[in-house]
Design a protein around this ligand. Structure first.
Ligand SMILES: Cc1cc2nc3c(=O)[nH]c(=O)nc-3n(C[C@H](O)[C@H](O)[C@H](O)COP(=O)(O)OP(=O)(O)OC[C@H]3O[C@@H](n4cnc5c(N)ncnc54)[C@H](O)[C@@H]3O)c2cc1C
Length: 413
């Protein structure tokens, strides 16, 4: 079975790559391990789209803006938050023309020198397929195709510790009026960036209630309660469970899913009993995947670094503009004063160079999305959804231009 481009991983980065390669005239297959698309952006219940604008200028690329427009047309967006079910419908429509292969993973890669010749894929039905392609795009988030291809990969910080994982969930029937009132009454009980007047409520805090609940014997997994308003009535997505594991260890992440469900219940019970506005709420949905922020990172022609974020680096082959800062969820979940008083400033943007998306070891392989070639801190900023979509757009369009190697077009940038 042969295509021009084979994309592995149907998260928001992989979809963007597949659609953009197809629109550039290439035949494309998208191989996805689950039975749906979107990864963290849908099954993971992650929201909102983190900062993709600077002042009034949108930094994100055309494809991301197209998604924003579609979400609005489908009445599924409220500012930078979106309805994840509608996002699936929109993305499936965009994928028309791309061959989809669900419930399938790569198990073996055949390489000749610096080129991948074919990938053996195994489906959950026990069928095996030989996928041949000119170009391969690894959008698994875990750099699994790069790993199976024998490319160098990295994981975690300098001690090998990964970012903590989170099992997201959605709570319905929240009274936002009461939430706003409680922030107004006691702003010190929240992170400094929390505003009771924000159009989209994004709230982290309730330090006093957590202390009280713990004193009264409630188990609670974090030092704060963090939720973001979703489109619809009284709905929030909760980003509060916290499980520090080795994200490249299958048994540890499996156990984390079990622990995550326990934490979801603890957080929900806390909110109902202690948080004004949550008295009549209910759990609408629990993510069906563990939210893994960082696992394996590929090694590209350039390693995007935390320093590039801090210094707002620009590159001659800078293809992605972004401004989201370094954001590490430490294994231990303890909040200090400096953290709760930190208010992010967005004054300039940085760029991600094309070379960070192109494998160093294999010429016809690009690694995109949260598995991009980066150090631990660089990845912590580049991993947000708008930037992942941009990486897919760049890789997909590049696949449309080149024949057998992603390096053919570098000089054009
Ligand atoms: C808890 C949490 C909160 C976050 N909060 C925000 C936020 O508020 N705003 C924001 O913008 N970003 C946020 N992020 C970051 C962002 O959601 C992700 O980094 C981004 O969605 C990653 O997209 P991706 O396509 O690179 O990877 P993923 O979403 O991980 O998608 C990878 C896809 O590949 C598939 N796959 C994996 N392995 C294989 C394989 N071997 N074979 C075939 N398919 C495979 C998966 O099933 C999945 O569909 C958050 C992330 C987490 C985990």
């Amino acid at each position: 079975m042969r295509w021009n481009v084979a994309v592995f991983g149907g998260g928001i980065a992989g979809i963007s790559a597949a659609v953009n390669a197809y629109r550039s005239g290439k035949s494309v297959i998208l191989v996805e391990q689950s039975f749906t698309i979107g990864g963290n952006a849908t099954s993971g219940l992650v929201n909102p789209f983190m900062r993709y604008w600077l002042d009034n200028k949108i930094l994100a690329g055309e494809f991301f803006q197209e998604i924003l427009g579609d979400l609005k047309d489908y009445n599924a967006r409220f500012k930078n938050t979106f309805d994840s079910e509608m996002l699936k419908i929109i993305l499936f429509k965009k994928l028309e023309g791309v061959t989809l292969l669900f419930r399938s993973i790569p198990i073996e890669v055949y390489r000749k020198h610096k080129t991948i010749k074919k990938v053996i894929v195994q489906s959950s039905l026990g069928n095996r397929y030989e996928i041949e392609a000119d170009l391969f795009i690894d959008a698994t988030g875990d750099s699994t195709l790069a790993y199976l291809s024998g490319c160098k990969v990295e994981s975690g910080d300098e001690t090998g510790t990964n970012q903590a994982t989170t099992l997201m969930f959605v709570i319905g029937n929240v009274d936002f009026h009461k939430v706003r009132e409680s922030i107004r009454k006691d702003p010190d009980n929240f992170f400094k960036w929390v505003s009771p007047d924000a159009e989209v409520l994004s709230v982290a805090g309730y330090f006093k209630e957590i202390k009280k609940a713990r004193k009264e014997g409630l188990t609670y997994p974090s030092d704060y309660f963090f939720f973001v308003q979703l489109p619809g009535e009284g709905r929030v997505t909760v980003n509060t469970t916290h499980i520090g594991v080795k994200t490249t260890d299958d048994f540890e992440v499996s156990k984390a899913m079990e622990v995550g469900h326990k934490q979801v219940y603890d957080v929900f019970r806390f909110s109902k009993e202690y948080v004004p506005g949550f008295e009549n709420s209910y759990i609408e949905k629990i993510a069906n995947i563990l939210g893994i922020r960082e696992s394996r990172r590929g090694t590209g022609l350039y390693k995007f670094k935390g320093n590039d974020v801090l210094q707002k680096s620009k590159f001659s082959d800078g293809v992605i503009n972004a401004c989201y800062g370094i954001d590490v969820h430490k294994k231990e979940h303890k909040i200090d004063k400096a953290e709760s008083e930190f208010v992010p400033k967005y004054e300039d943007y940085y760029q991600i160079p094309l070379r960070a998306l192109i494998s160093k070891d294999v010429e016809n392989l690009a690694v995109i999305g949260r598995g991009l070639s980066s150090d631990f801190l660089g990845q912590s900023a580049a991993r947000i959804m708008p930037t992942c979509v941009d990486m897919g757009e760049v890789a997909g369009k590049l696949a449309g231009k080149v024949q057998k190697s992603f390096r053919e077009a570098i000089s054009e940038f």
